[in-house]
Design a protein around this ligand. Structure first.
Ligand code: F6R
Length: 243
């Protein structure tokens, strides 16, 4: 595991974007595993800037997102598909038909998850998986006590995740209570994993992820077992780690 300590969010975003830049340059038809949330917004902005300067070409890139709220579709501003369109896809030359997000509008969870697993299997191994880190150690929406062996599945979101995500909704009641998420097994099959973490509020959990026992109560701790993980975290997030 490699840990890059950055000054702040902006510095973290630039470093993470540079790693993705290198991935696309070295393998133009790569498969990127992408995340939503506050953490990657700055990273995506750098990728957009470099695309607009003519330095980056997304035309052969495939993307597979981690997760989507059950019940929300592309037209809903809180959906992860909408997030990806507005924060990245609409601003670069990626082929939208090659951008995949679980189908939140499919009410049959088994069907939605099975279809997503088929897409992942068809597109091949993810070359680079970008992850944010939840306050309870979740990655994707793999909440504490998820089995590490899972592929895409439907989850009940925990209170802490609903609480953390309510800032994006008009009220807590509007936050969906379930989501479809790529499982830990699939995440761990990615060739390279880049985790971006910013802010003092993530310091405790990041310390547990990096130095605590590998346990399903801290899902991201499983990353200790992966042979190519890069943590890009700012000073505040790493403030509990002796680096
Ligand atoms: C988002 C996702 C989540 C977030 C995590 C951190 O697609 O899968 O695991 O990465 O909740 O969210 P932020 O970045 O908003 O702190």
């Amino acid at each position: 595991m490699t840990i890059y300590k950055t000054k702040d969010y902006e510095d973290m975003s630039k470093k993470a974007a540079t790693i993705i830049f290198a991935q696309i340059i070295t393998k133009p038809n790569c498969v990127l595993g992408l995340a939503t949330g506050s953490s990657p917004i700055g990273t995506y902005q750098h990728l957009i800037d470099w695309y607009q300067k003519g330095d980056l070409d997304f035309s052969h890139v495939t993307s597979i997102n981690l997760d989507e709220y059950k019940g929300l579709g592309a037209a809903n501003e809180q959906s992860y598909r909408y997030f990806m369109d507005t924060h990245l896809f609409n601003h670069v030359n990626i082929d939208k038909t090659r951008t995949f997000v679980p189908n939140g509008l499919e009410p049959d969870a088994d069907k939605a998850c099975h279809e997503y697993n088929q897409i992942i299997a068809r597109e091949g191994r993810i070359d680079l998986q970008l992850l944010g880190l939840g306050h309870n150690g979740h990655i994707g929406f793999n909440e504490p006590d998820t089995f590490f062996e899972k592929e895409t599945h439907c989850v009940d979101l925990t209170e802490s995740t609903i609480e953390a995500n309510k800032r994006f909704f008009a009220s807590e009641e509007e936050v969906p209570k379930q989501a479809y998420t790529m499982g830990i097994k699939t995440i761990m099959q990615a060739r390279k994993i880049v985790v971006i973490v910013s802010g003092a509020d993530k310091a405790d959990i990041l310390h547990k992820v990096l130095y605590g026992p590998i346990t399903s109560t801290v899902p991201a701790s499983v990353l200790q077992l992966h042979n190519d993980v890069i943590i890009v975290a700012d000073e505040a997030a790493l403030s509990k780690c002796d680096l």
